[in-house]
Ligand binder design. Structure first.
Ligand SMILES: Nc1ncnc2c1ncn2[C@@H]1O[C@H](COP(=O)(O)OP(=O)(O)OP(=O)(O)O)[C@@H](O)[C@H]1O
Length: 354
């Protein structure tokens, strides 16, 4: 697909928000837009009382994007109020006690977080999970990124998880990693209104009703930012620590700092920062350039007293590997790019953290 993000935004600017009278982009309704060869997806954050009015705009946006030749368009509407109907998850959403609860069989939980979207948090999670599996660890990966669940694609997993007893959910497995994703519970092209309580219910079901089996470590790929999902994870589970991914740009770092502050307030140890897209390595000639600047994350880590776990280069192979369903750690395990992720995994194991 040769349609760019810019093209998509231009089309969305032609769709009117019936509430404010502005276009969807100007009205700030378009969030977490992703445009790639798999199609276009974004989230519309709306006032739940206006859901039915905005459905027309959502449908118009979807139709217009499909009219541009984009085959797969997914527009999710999110809101924050009581939900009339839960998602398609089966089973009973047991009310949880206020305090943290252990997930049966799961020895450790590590959250992978970022202050900002698109910095490579899911890429890091997928490569870290497969790198830990390559070291012989029993690894689970929970994709809790509701705004853009990408682990099914990155780990090459398709199909819907089964729930034979209607109470527990059987996770999927690939590349030695046991995986569950909110993205597998919704149909592609399906518009879902993720309301706050519903989202929290779904997250708790993913954590406690999935048959994870015996795991040395469960990696949780969080949505960007500092919202309900982060809070729920920290408050309801024995979260051992968080890894924060940032690119070197100031704005990403500023957001990363907010994320770190949040985890500190929630008493979650920060295992370290990862600078992603640290330096660009040309896949043709190997020339190295610091497109987004360099060293910012290292400086920030020092200032905040948290370790810098790694600097991951921006390299075409990292993207194509993830898009192809086999992270670079699996598809080119001996490449220097894969070695960076394998180094993080070895360090976490050596420190008893994974
Ligand atoms: N080091 C890298 N080199 C090349 N491409 C990368 C790298 N890291 C991430 N990417 C690409 O950048 C895009 C965004 O990455 P990713 O989906 O991992 O980000 P994210 O932080 O999880 O985003 P979001 O949470 O907003 O969905 C993807 O297409 C991914 O393949």
């Amino acid at each position: 697909m040769s349609v760019t993000r810019e093209d998509v935004l231009n089309v969305l600017k032609t769709v009117k928000d019936p509430v404010s009278g502005k276009d969807l982009v100007e009205a700030g309704l378009v969030r977490a837009l992703t445009v790639d060869e798999n199609g276009a997806r974004f989230v519309m954050e709306i006032d739940p009382a206006k859901a039915s009015v905005l459905e027309t705009a959502r449908a118009e946006a979807e139709a217009k994007l499909k009219g541009m030749g984009i085959e797969k368009v997914s527009v999710a509407m999110t809101a924050h109020s009581a939900a009339p109907k839960p998602p398609e998850l089966k089973g009973t959403a047991r009310p949880k006690p206020a305090g943290p609860e252990a997930i049966p069989g799961v020895a450790r939980i590590i959250a992978v977080a970022s202050g900002k979207g698109g910095v490579g948090k899911s890429t890091v999670s997928a490569n870290l999970a497969t790198a830990l599996a390559a070291e012989g660890r029993k690894v689970g990966l929970l994709d809790a990124d509701v705004y853009g669940p990408s682990q099914p694609r990155m780990l090459g997993v398709t199909g819907r998880p089964a729930s034979p007893d209607n109470k527990t959910i059987l996770p999927l497995r690939n590349h030695g990693v046991t995986m569950m994703s909110l993205g597998l519970m919704i149909q592609e092209d399906e518009a879902v209104v993720w309301r706050g309580p519903m989202l929290m219910g779904a997250l708790q079901q993913m954590l406690f009703q999935v048959q994870w089996g015996a795991l040395d470590v469960l990696i949780v790929d969080l949505p960007p930012g500092t919202g309900d999902v982060q809070m729920t994870l920290a408050q309801k589970t024995n979260l051992n620590g968080a890894i924060v991914v940032s690119t070197p740009q100031d704005i990403a770092l500023l957001d990363a700092r907010k994320g770190i502050d949040m985890f500190k307030k929630l008493n979650v140890p920060i295992f370290g920062l990862i600078e992603n897209m640290s330096t660009h390595i040309c896949s043709n000639c190997g020339h190295e350039e610091h497109i987004f600047g360099h060293g910012g994350v290292a400086k920030e880590a020092e200032k905040m007293g948290v370790p810098l776990l790694a600097e991951v280069p921006l390299h075409l192979d990292i993207r194509t590997a993830s898009d192809g369903g086999a992270p670079i750690v699996v598809s080119q395990p001996d490449s220097p790019q894969a070695q960076v992720f394998r180094g993080i995994a070895k360090q976490l194991i050596a420190d008893g953290r994974a």
